[in-house]
Design a protein around this ligand. Structure first.
Ligand code: S3P
Length: 447
């Protein structure tokens, strides 16, 4: 499939102001649709992210037999098939750019005795799937994959799935979730042991539908134990605003003195808020107002004001709670006073792009002083001075939405502006990003 590139320029901008509603959480949106498929009956989803990644999940769930429709009020309804009731897909399932969609769906397929073929775009076809096919194979599914366990792959799910106790070699909520979703079809207890806790949306949402999922912190890590073959009762999901998307307008406001931006209802799950904790350590003026619970998740209205930041060391242990936020943290660090060191970044190399390399290329193109290690990044900040930006060149987005958004934010705080070569992928996670930022006063224009 060819894809026409959509370049965009961020021009130097004075200050941002206003209130912006960030779209729904990507992780919760994928899970709402997939759990809606697995629960018999009707699931109503409000606040669903209508980005390309989630629409790929919706299409795949339809191919597996779910009815899925968007109502005139913007709420979505899923008519589920119930555990064990999936239809065999008549065609290849195309998961687009989304690792979450591909890996979680493989968990569901592994527990159902069906044949399915999965593929994705050029970025997803480069990403490792062995991390899920290996444990799911132990549960009884069969896979035929391209070299290196990559997509396209074919799966034949287990006729009778086996429960598994599995220690994750890397901290990954996607792998944990895939195993738990397969475990729904297995008798007895399926246990995932995490080296470090990762986002727990799957556990929260499964419990909400009536499954028994127990998490215990032990000396060797967090044990997440699911009791198989539950009755899943369809119940409505309310998706909160995505903290990973809110990070872009939030950091833009921090970097532009005089800014004041309000971001209502942003998810503040403790396993997702590592960036915000880091920014506060850096001296950021962020107020977490009106804290409350929505859709089974803690949320707050963020009030962000521009002001100086200072460099910090971000420990490796924090990486799982901010794994998607390093590109925008690197941009914030580029304007801080002193040095910001980020450790434990190996997983960034297998995201939508090799994100560490893509961040490094972008920082170099914009005149930032940094050191890239195999799993670390050290950024020497400008102390609040505007950075050069790109000049007659563009930041390469490498099919990665977060690289595009992070460097557009840098451009707003630069002297000459920044052009990114392709903003098409922003729609995977943050449809309406450009309009939302323009509404706050950001100067974004076609290059
Ligand atoms: C996600 C988990 C993370 C994250 C991704 C969404 C999820 O991936 O990067 O954007 O919804 O479970 P890993 O689990 O592979 O780290």
């Amino acid at each position: 499939m060819t894809h026409a590139q959509r370049p965009l320029s961020a021009r130097p901008t004075e200050a941002l102001s206003g209130t912006a509603l960030v779209p729904g959480d990507k992780s919760m949106s994928h899970r709402s649709l997939m759990l809606g498929l697995l629960a018999a009956g009707e699931t109503r989803v409000t606040g669903l992210l209508e980005g390309a990644d989630v629409l790929a999940t919706a299409a795949a769930c339809r191919q597996l037999g779910a009815g899925i429709e968007r109502g005139p009020d913007g709420a979505w309804t899923v008519w589920g098939r119930g555990l064990g009731g999936l239809a065999e897909p008549a065609d290849v399932l195309d998961m687009g750019n989304s690792g979450t969609a591909a890996r979680l769906l493989l968990g569901i397929l592994a527990g159902h005795p069906l044949f399915a073929v999965l593929t994705g775009d050029a970025s997803l076809r480069r990403r490792p799937m062995g991390r899920v096919t290996e444990p799911l194979g132990q549960m009884g599914a069969h896979f035929a994959t391209r070299e290196g366990g990559r997509l396209p792959l074919a799966v034949t799910g287990a006729r009778r799935a086996l429960p598994l106790a599995y220690r994750l070699p890397v901290a990954s909520a996607q792998v944990k979730s895939a195993i738990l979703l397969a475990g729904l079809m297995a008798p007895g207890t399926t246990t995932v042991i995490e080296p470090a806790p990762t986002r727990d949306h799957s556990e929260r949402m499964l419990r909400y539908l009536g499954a028994t999922v127990v998490s215990e912190d032990r000396a060797d890590g967090r044990h997440v134990m699911l009791t198989g073959e539950p009755e899943l009762t369809a119940r409505p999901f309310r998706v909160t605003a995505d903290p990973s998307s809110a990070a872009f307008p939030a950091v833009a406001a921090l970097l532009l003195p005089g800014s004041r931006v309000v971001l209502p209802g942003v998810g503040m799950n403790p396993l997702r808020r590592g960036l915000y904790d880091t920014l506060v350590e850096m001296g950021a003026r962020i107020a977490f107002t009106n804290p409350r619970e929505e859709g089974g998740e803690p949320v707050a209205d963020l009030v962000v004001e521009g002001g100086p930041l200072r460099g910090v060391t971000v420990p490796a242990e924090r990486a799982p709670s901010m794994i998607d936020e390093y590109p925008i943290l690197a941009v914030a660090a580029a304007f801080a006073e002193g040095r910001t060191a980020m450790h434990g970044l190996a997983e960034l190399r297998v995201k939508e792009s090799d994100r560490l390399a893509a961040v490094a290329r972008g920082l170099a193109a914009c005149g930032v002083d940094f050191e890239e290690g195999p799993d670390s990044l050290i950024v020497h900040g400008s102390g609040g001075r505007r950075l050069r930006g790109t000049h007659n060149a563009a930041v390469e987005t490498a099919m990665d939405h977060r690289i595009a958004m992070a460097f557009l934010v840098l451009g707003l705080a630069s002297e000459r502006g920044v052009t990114v070569d392709d903003t098409g992928f922003i729609d995977t996670s943050f449809p309406g990003f450009t309009a939302l930022m323009q509404g706050l006063g950001a100067l974004l224009e076609p290059a």
